[in-house]
Design a protein around this ligand. Structure first.
Ligand SMILES: NC(=O)C1=CN([C@@H]2O[C@H](COP(=O)(O)OP(=O)(O)OC[C@H]3O[C@@H](n4cnc5c(N)ncnc54)[C@H](O)[C@@H]3O)[C@@H](O)[C@H]2O)[C@@H](O)CC1
Ligand SMILES: [K+]
Length: 481
């Protein structure tokens, strides 16, 4: 198993792993034996003797199922095996098991447990009957289902449901988890996910293409202050607001402070300056009339990062301000209206983006900028779009994706209660703070998405944006202890 436990293997990477194993003298039969044995041991660890039905598909996933059948029977379990081995390797494993019945005769009456070894990483195209009926029958049985490698019917690379999928109680995946285990809708079908080593030697050759966001990737870059620090050295963030929605930039600014930015300036139109002076305490309020005033503020060189978008209306004025900011090549977060303003001038935006920018669209904002990706899976959207722009992309959603040059990290968890107004402004603020602390845009994005999601779990049900801001210091303390 790879030491990068956060590394997710695509189907083509799994094939490369297989070839790598063979080049180290392992046979495919040995790997199948290792997989089946590891799975059967895990099953016997979790359950006492159960009347078990094994559903074995035509390929190697089915082969793994036959191995499980043999091991469970050797341990005295009553096991009924249904399958139609087609590949020579699956047949080799099937020969070691007596009394295999045809899949159309499957019956779950008086049984306790189902092992799903129908399809794994080799699933191609959408499943049709008789597989549909079989999967529906297994799901409707009410029995616990253990899926080998992945729930049959889930696309290993994308999490797409290929017609119909097994709803697993437990999934025992081999060598390393697959992206589909963390991408919706497939993610919901895995039940408990565990990974088993099957003896494939470590290899360094595969590129890190898709992986899970974990603090190990960025924690060391987030520093606690020392006696040498002062408020400006701890990150100086400029948040641009508008009179359109005043609360949004306020929340972004406060969030930046709550995750450790030492100094946050909120720059708003002259018309609301006085109002804001009276309603915020710790942020510095400055005003602007035109984009030139913002340019002058940036000229001062004081700000280490800029956040624009929360509460900004999609307009030509916003567009002008964004273009002005991007000229300065500062670490910059573009969110909400800062992105939507370019719906009809996408190329202008793409040309102005640079390496220090992070864009944080939700799917609606994303499709305004990349309409040609409408109908694509999220993982494909992120991969394609991030290869087209020089900025880092955070594609927000239940399984937020962070992408740069086609490399993608998946946020493994987040509370569904985050689906409420204002939480996006908070993410923009957190990100602005981490950028001001000199984290590189990709690492800052990983850290911000994690902190945001993790804080949402601290708050729990009935979260509103203001609660999330309050929970940020607790989350930051968790990271540092
Ligand atoms: N890659 C590796 O290193 C290892 C893989 N192993 C197992 O092997 C699995 C992959 O094996 P395979 O590549 O044989 O693939 P699968 O066993 O997942 O499925 C391939 C078979 O399903 C058929 N099939 C695909 N899509 C279909 C559809 N829509 N309708 C009907 N039939 C369809 C194919 O014609 C082929 O016969 C993994 O998921 C894992 O369980 C393990 O044995 C251990 C080692
Ligand atoms: K399976």
């Amino acid at each position: 198993m790879t030491e990068n436990f956060y590394h997710l293997y695509t189907v083509s990477q799994m094939r490369a792993r297989e070839t790598h194993a063979v080049s180290h003298g392992l046979t495919l039969s040995t790997l199948m034996e290792n997989a089946g044995r590891a799975a059967s041991l895990e099953i016997m660890k979790r359950w006492d003797t159960k009347r078990t039905v094994i559903l074995a598909g035509p390929g190697k996933n089915g082969g793994d199922g036959f191995v499980v059948a043999r091991h469970l029977r050797e341990a005295g379990w009553p096991v009924r095996v249904f399958g139609t081995p087609e590949s020579s390797l699956a047949q080799e494993m099937a020969h070691q098991v007596d009394g295999i019945l045809p899949l159309d005769k499957v019956d779950f009456e008086d049984q306790d447990l189902i092992i799903d070894a129908l399809f794994g990483t080799g699933l191609k195209r959408s499943l049709e009957n008789p597989w549909h009926i079989l999967i529906a029958k297994a799901n409707a049985s009410g029995l616990p289902i253990v899926s080998l490698d992945l729930p049959s019917g889930v696309n290993s690379d994308t999490g797409e449901i290929m017609g119909k999928a097994i709803q697993a109680t437990l999934t025992i995946t081999f060598d390393a988890p697959k992206p589909g285990a963390f991408l919706f809708p497939g993610k919901e079908f895995f039940g408990i996910l565990i990974t088993k080593d099957i003896g494939i030697p470590n290899s360094n050759s595969e590129d890190l293409q898709i992986f899970l966001n974990t603090p190990e990737l960025w924690k060391s870059f987030l520093k606690v202050p020392t006696w040498r620090d002062h408020k400006l050295s701890r990150g100086n963030v400029l948040v641009i607001g508008s009179s359109h929605m005043v609360g949004a930039p306020k929340m972004a600014a406060l969030s930046a402070r709550r995750v450790g930015a030492g100094y946050v300036t909120l720059m708003v139109p002259k018309t609301i300056e006085a109002f804001l002076q009276g309603s915020v305490w710790g942020e510095i309020i400055k005003s602007y009339k035109t984009s030139e005033d913002i340019e002058m503020a940036l000229q001062s060189g004081r700000f280490q990062s800029v956040v624009i978008g929360p509460g900004m209306p999609p307009s030509l004025e916003t567009q002008e301000i964004v273009k002005t900011i991007l000229k300065w090549h500062k670490p910059t977060v573009l969110d909400g209206g800062a992105l939507s303003s370019f719906e009809n001038q996408k190329e202008d935006l793409f040309e102005s983006l640079h390496e220090n920018v992070v864009i944080t669209p939700h799917e609606g904002e994303f499709l305004r900028l990349f309409p040609h990706l409408q109908g694509k899976l999220r993982i494909e959207m992120a991969k394609t779009a991030s290869s087209q722009i020089s900025a880092t992309l955070i594609l927000k959603g239940a399984d937020t994706l962070i992408a740069k040059n086609g490399k993608i990290a998946i946020q493994p968890f987040a509370s569904p209660w985050l689906a409420t107004a204002g939480t996006g402004d908070i993410l923009a603020g957190i990100l602005g703070a981490f950028l001001s602390k000199k984290l590189l845009p990709f690492e800052a994005s990983l850290a911000a998405v994690w902190v945001h999601a993790s804080a949402s779990q601290i708050v729990g049900p009935y979260l509103i944006a203001e609660d999330l801001i309050e929970a940020l210091p607790q989350e930051m303390k968790c990271i540092f202890t």
